[in-house]
Design a protein around this ligand. Structure first.
Ligand SMILES: [Zn+2]
Length: 115
């Protein structure tokens, strides 16, 4: 693996994370406490899969800027490692160069005031 590859995967994953952030906000504002369908954050541009995850569970994943939600089988072990296995999803944590970029692009670590 090259750092370039790890970096581009992390950038793509960060884009999917931004979409999921919006899904979470929307789901969190709805009257029903059930889960929402979150997009797989594996970072493959061809992947548009979604999976049901409870908002509280997604929130727990998002407490780390290096963690992403992916479908089982979509993990890329050369740039990340599995830290948690849910019923329909995996939680992966970026390693090396990808971790830095993922942390840098975390919308929650940005200065507030940007929308
Ligand atoms: Zn995927």
């Amino acid at each position: 693996m090259t750092h370039g590859h790890a970096a581009s995967v992390a950038r793509n994953q960060s884009l999917f994370r931004e979409v999921n952030e919006r899904i979470e906000k929307f789901a969190g504002g709805s009257p029903s406490p059930v889960g929402a369908e979150f997009l797989c954050e594996c970072g493959r541009t061809s992947c548009l899969e979604a999976m049901p995850v409870e908002v509280a569970e997604y929130e727990a994943i998002r407490s780390s800027p290096r963690r992403f939600l992916v479908k089982p089988g979509h993990e890329q072990l050369e740039v990340e490692r599995i830290v948690e296995r849910g019923e329909a999803y995996l939680v992966v944590e970026k390693t090396d160069a990808g971790a830095e970029i993922a942390a840098e692009l975390d919308p929650r670590s940005r200065v507030s005031g940007q929308v």
